[in-house]
Structure formats: C-alpha cells, structure tokens
Design a protein around this ligand. Structure first.
Ligand code: ZN
Length: 311
C-alpha cells in the first residue's frame, strides 16, 4: 500500500476574483469547481487544476473576503513548486508574468513569483516521471503549460532531522537534509523542510491551510487506522463530495490530509462545464438563495471566453 503522490494543496485568499484571474487566466490552469467550504459554507472553496482536475494538479482556495495577509512560519508550508516542461517554458513564463504585471525572479533552473495574495510560487523544470497534467488556455502553448505540482516546502524547527512518521508510517523516502520524496505508482512529489524564520507564523491570505496526499479508495480506511496505531490523532472520514478525506497533523505541525482518488469533479457537473456554476453539497443546498446573495459572483474565464466567441 502506498500513497499516490499529491492530491491537492489548499490555501487562503482574500479575494476570489483576483485569485481566479491569476490562476485560471494568467497561469492558464482550469477553474474546475466553484463551491463553498463544507465546514463553513459562507466562504467560497475554489478548485483549480488540469482539464479534469486530476489529483496531482489541484490547487484550492478558501476565500475569506478581505482577509489580512498572513505570513508563513513554523509548521507552515511556504513555497509551492509547479512543474513546467523545459527551460524554454521558464522564459515564456518570465515574459508572460511580467506582461501581466507580476514580478517574476529568475533562478538558475526556476522562476519565482508571488501570487496576488503574496503566496510564493516556484516554477521548476519537471524532473521527469510525472505524466503531464495540463489545462488548455488560448494564450499558453501546450509545450509551455504548467504540468502539475512537483513539490512543496515547509518551515520546521529542526529541518534536517529525519521525520520517522513520514518515512515509517506514510512511505516517504528521506533524501537527506530535510528533503523527502513520495513515490506513488504513477506520480512522485518532492517534500522538504527549511529552517523556520524567527517570526511568528500568522495564518491569513496567501498562506497554505493544508496539503493532501492521494490514496486509492480501497486503502483509505487502512491509512486512517495506520495513523491512529502510530499514535497520531486522525479525524473521521469526511465526505467532500469529490473525494473522501481524513486529516491529521504531522509532527512538525503541518496539517496533512489523505484524500481518495475518486469520484472526482465530474460527479455533479458535465466535464465541459466544470467550475462554471456554483455547486453546493446536499447538506448546504438549502442555503443556495442566501449564498447567491452573499458570495461575490466569480466569473470563470473559460465561460467568459466562450460567451465572447458566441457573441
Ligand atoms: Zn483538502
């Protein structure tokens, strides 16, 4: 039994529409689901990914409108690494991001940019082995498109000390100096700890809420008992409509989730219209009229382009 690499990473934004403009238009991902935080339905939950929202490609945000900017510190993820196919793609993204008013900084084999909430992103040349998970965007040639998530980095107090829960319970490989790799059947993911800065962590917009690893459906309950047997507190199984989820905190303080590979995002809307209508889980459907009033409407760039073409 092994985890199938990354499922998704979830962040906080203070402004859903500028979040959508950046990820689904500038970066060319697809907004694949527009729903609410199931535990706090007054807030949006937006999912972005490749054409289908395949696990490994998914970034999600809770919107807390007008939320203060947070700051990553001890026990928090501070950087997300998005794969691109080549160094030429880094050149493409450097000029596209500049043209869109972002402030990319070129590293030797990467391109750093902060999103509109201040979250640190690093575009990296994918090291091979992860089947590309691309979305289609008219201004982003397929040979330059983002190919999915390659890695993430978190802050810890003793970054270079081996974390046994990762290696013994969850099946990560320790590569040394706080660097780990999670290998699934199809995909792998780079996970790393850096020495935490001497500042108080502050949740808020631009910070990461949790990271979710992918599990085969039939393994999900086994993962839950394995974590409990190792002495960790783990939640009950939550039905998130698009997957089932359990949550627990790893010893360095980062909130981990394990999410099932199915059923996926086409369970409640047609694949060609993913992320266009506000979808609510059955338990919150009675709030629809209220939420359609209170949530600031968010336009999916793909639906907007289709409307322009047919006008
Ligand atoms: Zn999640």
């Amino acid at each position: 039994m092994r985890l199938e690499g990354l499922h998704h990473i979830t962040m906080i934004t203070g402004d859903a529409q500028s979040n959508v403009a950046f990820y689904a238009d500038v970066l060319g991902l697809r907004l694949v689901k527009k729903t609410v935080n199931f535990d706090q339905p007054s807030a949006y939950h937006l999912y972005f990914g490749d054409e289908t929202g395949a696990p490994g490609s998914i970034l999600t945000w809770f919107e807390f409108a007008g939320a203060q900017r947070g700051r990553a510190g001890l026990g928090m993820i501070h950087t997300l690494q998005l794969g691109v196919p080549s160094a030429a793609a880094l050149d493409f993204w450097e000029s596209r991001l500049k043209a869109k008013g972002a402030n990319p900084r070129r590293g030797e084999t990467s391109l750093h940019v902060d999103d509109p909430d201040g979250l640190a992103l690093e575009l990296v040349v994918a090291d091979g082995g992860n089947p590309p998970l691309r979305a289609e965007h008219p201004d982003v040639p397929a040979e330059h498109a983002v190919t999915g998530l390659e890695g993430a980095r978190a802050y810890a107090a003793y970054a270079s000390v081996t974390e046994g829960v990762l290696t013994e319970v969850l099946g990560f490989t320790h590569l040394g100096e706080g660097e780990y790799r999670l290998d699934g059947e199809q995909r792998h993911f780079h996970w790393a700890y850096d020495q935490a800065p001497d500042v108080n962590p502050a949740p808020g917009s631009g910070t990461v809420h949790h990271i979710a690893w992918a599990s085969r459906d039939e393994d999900h309950l086994v993962w839950q008992s394995r974590i409990a047997e190792a002495g960790g507190y783990v939640t009950d199984v939550k039905d998130r409509d698009y997957f089932h989820a359990i949550y627990f905190r790893e010893p360095r303080g980062v909130l981990f989730e394990i999410a099932t590979l199915s059923p996926g995002f086409a369970v409640d809307e047609a694949p060609e219209h993913l992320g266009e209508a506000l979808r609510l889980p059955p338990q919150h459907e009675h709030l629809r009229a209220e939420l359609e009033q209170s949530l600031i409407p968010v336009v999916n760039p793909r639906a907007a382009r289709r409307q322009e073409q047919s006008a």
